[in-house]
Write a protein that binds this ligand. Structure first.
Ligand SMILES: Nc1nc2c(ncn2[C@@H]2O[C@H](COP(=O)(O)OP(=O)(O)O)[C@@H](O)[C@H]2O)c(=O)[nH]1
Ligand SMILES: [Mg+2]
Length: 354
């Protein structure tokens, strides 16, 4: 099983951790195009769109990889007062707000938007104002809308013109969102969740990997066949190769991974599975395991000393290999999560639908 499968499991752990998600709220009046915008941002049709889809007064939550994007109904003043709205939708749970309007800023927009701005003044969550359905607006009209908004809300929120039907301005909006503090918050959350998921995976692999070392050490102790050149002791190299394979397996590292991920440690792990590489290690080990002193007595002490040396050598080789596998797997995971986050940061707008 390749490490990419292990990484999928790590991702799964992150996904199952509610705290790792960034939460984006999309707010606006019915018909403004919130659902359509969500679909555009996500790059897939996840939200129902069209007239009359906004009759429910529930928050609609959509998962988009490690973000949750949530459509919140706006409110007619007759329906909700802001305090009720706050209580119902708990805006404090969101990291970022996108306020969508599709035409003239209505008095309902005014009320909700002003309240929201005021509420956010001390929280300072990034807030985006999005004028949807803006395909046909010329420069003068856009300038007038900007002036109008500034007069009404006296706000300094970023204003973006997009058009969901013609898919205009979506990439820019997404990029702008990712340039805010929001992205940092989001990355921090993933990083925290990732670290604990990685630890779980590594520790879960380490225990059985150590078990393999124990097993093969005993096997090595009762098997001495191939003499090591330059070291006057015999070991069964096959046992070492099997042990290394078993350790790699416990981490989910397959042979392809060692070639695929060009980490310096991969080179070392690859060398150790060749006879020459293993010989170098073993000669080294023989020295380290106070081989020379033990070796001197082998003819006298006989089997027992030879077995002890074989055991020590296998143990040292196994531990070395296990530590390297641990470091390698950890490095690969770091690499994969970085790539995943980078992909999510510039992605999102794949346009599978129209
Ligand atoms: N012309 C045009 N229509 C749009 C645009 N975005 C959404 N719509 C339409 O506006 C209607 C309401 O959109 P929807 O996303 O359901 O709005 P919501 O109620 O805010 O979720 C739908 O019929 C959409 O097809 C746009 O950029 N241009
Ligand atoms: Mg909707």
């Amino acid at each position: 099983m390749p490490l990419s499968d292990e990484f999928e499991k790590v991702l799964q752990t992150i996904r199952s951790n509610e705290a790792s998600y960034a939460r984006i709220a999309v707010i606006g009046q019915p018909g403004a195009g919130k659902s359509t915008l969500i679909n555009r941002l996500v790059g897939k049709k996840v939200a129902k769109t069209g007239q009359g889809t906004d009759t429910t007064l529930d928050a609609m939550e959509y998962e988009y990889e490690l973000q949750k994007i949530v459509e919140l109904p706006g409110y007619g003043t007759a329906l909700f007062r802001f305090d009720d709205w706050k209580e119902r939708f708990r805006p404090q749970q969101y990291d970022l707000f996108i306020y969508v309007f599709g035409g003239k800023f209505s008095s309902e927009d005014d009320a909700l938007f002003d309240n929201l701005i005021e509420w956010n003044a001390e929280r300072r969550r990034p807030m985006f104002l999005v004028r949807n359905k803006s395909h046909d607006l010329d420069g003068d009209q856009r300038a007038a809308i900007v002036r109008d908004i500034r007069n009404r809300s006296k706000s300094e929120e970023r204003l973006y013109f997009v058009d969901c039907r013609y898919n205009e301005g979506i990439k820019e909006l997404h990029a702008a969102v990712m340039r805010t503090d929001f992205a940092r918050v989001w990355r921090d959350r993933i990083a925290t969740a990732y670290r604990s998921a990685r630890k779980e995976y590594l520790e879960n692999s380490r225990q059985p990997a150590k078990g393999e070392i124990g097993f093969y050490c005993k096997t090595a102790a009762v098997n001495g066949i191939n003499p090591i050149v330059g070291v006057d002791v015999a070991v069964d190299l096959g046992i070492y190769f099997k042990m290394f394979g078993a350790i790699r397996n416990r981490y989910g590292i397959d042979h392809g991974d060692l070639k695929l991920y060009a980490l310096p440690i991969a080179k070392k792990l690859l060398e150790l599975v060749t006879k020459e590489g293993l010989m170098i290690l073993l000669k080294n080990v023989a020295g380290k395991a106070t081989a020379r002193t033990v070796l001197k007595y082998i003819p006298f002490a006989g089997q027992a000393a030879a077995a002890a040396l074989s055991y020590k050598m296998a143990e040292y080789a196994g531990e070395t290999y296990e530590e390297d596998c641990y470091a390698f797997a950890s490095g690969v995971m770091d690499d994969l999560i970085e790539r995943k986050v980078a992909e999510l940061m510039d992605g999102g707008v794949t346009n599978e639908f129209n």
